[in-house]
Design a protein around this ligand. Structure first.
Ligand code: ADP
Length: 546
């Protein structure tokens, strides 16, 4: 017997319609590429998204055709989120920090028909347009009078001229909720990048889940600053959850440095901010010496890489801001776990709470997870046993775009799971902790050493700005850890002092064999440390103990 409830597909157009009807006066504020501040309302977003949809119809774009963006977090990008997907096309957000050749490769692979770009990225588009055979329309995200002449890009039009003259009424089409809505390529550290192809259903379910109190706790009383880019996994789904709840959105545009982020937070009454640790490091480095405080910020969600304990401490103790540690991946839309305490943990001491808050957190309903050993046996949830982390759920990939590479594995019961490539523990309360990416884990004498633990200790030293731990070959132990360290400006610490700092903080055999001071640690296009590149840079390095 089927239930007798209405069968309404979960569509992204529903989110923006809802925002329009129920919190149309909610604000969306953006720092523009031009440098000024733009402000309007959710009703304006809805109206202009409908104009975008009409403009795409005018170009005779087909159902599921791909529309690419090379853009910062800003209001025009937001309109494309709703106008492109809502009208049945697929929004393809491209990471502009990739090499131009890679951008061209991705645009060709996705067979993008339209490419909309912020003026910052004009030089990239000039370099690649002749290589993007499928792109028929190039749209510069600027006012008509700001469109430069003689760019060499065929039929270049300004966004405002393109969509501004369109009708503001549009009947959003109704279709299967499993239709593709947007796509994002993984960073492709091994082989060519592959694309996760999200659906209207997966995106809407993720938007509901992300807003839950034990997830990102997004409400109509929040002003959210997503520093995490809209070109990377849909800014962790925040634009959709904000439309669903009526939260105010504050977009930083190209201003990701500490000063710009701080000013946006203070000027716009931001209560909640989201980003990767490197961004928060820049913010804290700017605030501390200037003696600055937050007047409205209450929470920040940190993910994408392990959040060092020193950062959680600094936010909590120095600035009174709660840190939510989150874990996710491009392939899982991206939210998998968020770290929030249970009721029984509220009476624990601050130190005991801290041990929990450092973990990547508890699974969100919609993400099932388990850890398995090399033989595929499920490992106990005791917080000690570690294994490969497998996940499944309605917003986890089933296949990559164009069926490239089967992303799933079968467990012993024949069930399909997505292997995350992360190694983790899960404790009895369900808190998952990543110990490493499987390719970064260090194997010393048959025992595993977590590179994240080694890095966390180093960055707790007051003179250390950044640290990356890698394994180097050792004749007796197979591999031994060393730690590459970037010192804070004007700070001093010696190799011996730093090694002594590890005493008592970790087992003796896990203490790195050496410290290598470097000017910078290579950072990839999504703001994460690129250990592959670091290993290359240190390929001639010899261990003192070897
Ligand atoms: P890519 O896989 O292309 O690098 P993603 O953004 O999808 O890009 O990265 C997902 C990976 O990032 C995870 O598999 C995990 O290794 C790492 N990661 C994400 N969040 C955290 C976190 N809070 N702590 C530790 N690692 C994290």
């Amino acid at each position: 017997m089927l239930g007798l409830m209405q069968d309404q597909p979960l569509l992204i157009s529903g989110l923006i319609d809802f925002a329009d009807k129920h919190h149309g006066d909610g604000e969306v504020v953006s720092r523009r590429v031009e440098g000024d501040i733009h402000r309007y309302t959710w009703s304006d977003v809805a109206r202009r998204s409908r104009q975008v949809a009409n403009a795409l119809d005018g170009m005779k774009l087909g159902f599921s055709d791909r529309v690419a963006t090379l853009a910062w977090n800003g209001y025009r990008h937001l309109e494309l989120y709703f106008g492109v997907s809502g009208s049945g096309r697929v929004l393809h957000t491209i990471n502009p920090r990739l090499h131009p050749e890679q951008i061209a490769w991705i645009a060709n692979h996705a067979e993008d028909q339209v490419l909309c770009f912020d003026m910052t990225f004009l030089p990239i588009v000039q370099a690649i347009h002749s290589k993007c055979a499928t792109v028929k329309h190039w749209v510069a995200m600027c006012d008509a009078d700001k469109l430069p002449a003689d760019t060499g890009i065929p039929n270049l039009i300004s966004y405002e001229a393109w969509m501004g003259s369109q009708s503001t009424s549009y009947q959003w089409p109704v279709f299967d909720e499993n239709t593709a809505s947007s796509m994002c390529y993984t960073s492709g550290t091994t082989g060519n990048p592959k694309a996760a192809l999200y659906s209207h259903r997966s995106t809407t379910l993720h938007a509901y889940a992300a807003a839950l109190p034990d997830v990102m706790c997004i409400s109509a009383r929040d002003a959210i600053l997503p520093v995490v880019p809209m070109f990377h996994v849909n800014a962790w789904g925040i634009p959709y959850s904000a439309a669903l709840t009526g939260a105010k959105l504050v977009f930083p545009g190209p201003g990701m440095d500490g000063k710009s982020v701080y000013e946006m937070i203070e000027n716009e009454g931001v209560t909640y901010a989201a980003g990767v640790p490197t961004v928060w490091q820049m913010l804290l480095t700017y605030m501390k010496p200037n003696g600055l405080k937050f007047s409205t910020l209450k929470r920040t969600v940190i993910g994408g890489s392990a959040c060092p304990p020193a950062m959680i401490d600094a936010f909590r103790d120095d600035f009174g801001v709660d840190v939510l540690h989150a874990w996710g991946m491009t392939e899982i839309s991206p939210l998998g776990t968020v770290c929030t305490l249970k009721n029984k943990h509220l009476t624990l001491s601050k130190d005991e709470q801290m041990k929990l808050l450092l973990k990547q957190g508890r699974a969100i309903y919609g993400v099932d997870m388990k850890i398995v050993n090399d033989a595929g046996d499920e490992q106990p949830h005791d917080g000690k046993a570690y294994g490969d982390l497998l996940v499944r759920g309605p917003w986890v990939v089933a296949n990559y775009y164009k069926g490239e590479g089967n992303p799933l594995v079968k467990d012993k019961d024949g069930q399909n799971w997505f292997p995350t490539g992360d190694v983790a523990t899960i404790d009895a309360d369900g808190f998952m902790q990543i110990t490493d990416r499987s390719k970064d884990v260090i194997k010393s004498g048959g025992e595993w050493i977590s590179s994240i633990d080694i890095e966390n200790i180093a960055v707790a030293h007051p003179a250390v700005a950044m640290a990356a731990c890698i394994g180097v070959p050792h004749p007796k132990w197979d591999e031994r850890p060393i730690v590459a360290v970037v010192k804070k400006p004007d700070a001093q610490v010696s190799r011996e002092e730093l090694l002594a700092f590890y005493e008592g903080k970790t087992a003796k055999w896990q203490i790195p064999d050496d410290v290598v001071f470097v000017d910078a640690i290579p950072i990839g296009a999504t703001g994460k440390m690129l250990k592959t590149k670091l290993r290359e840079q240190l390929k001639d390095y010899k261990l003192p103990s070897a």
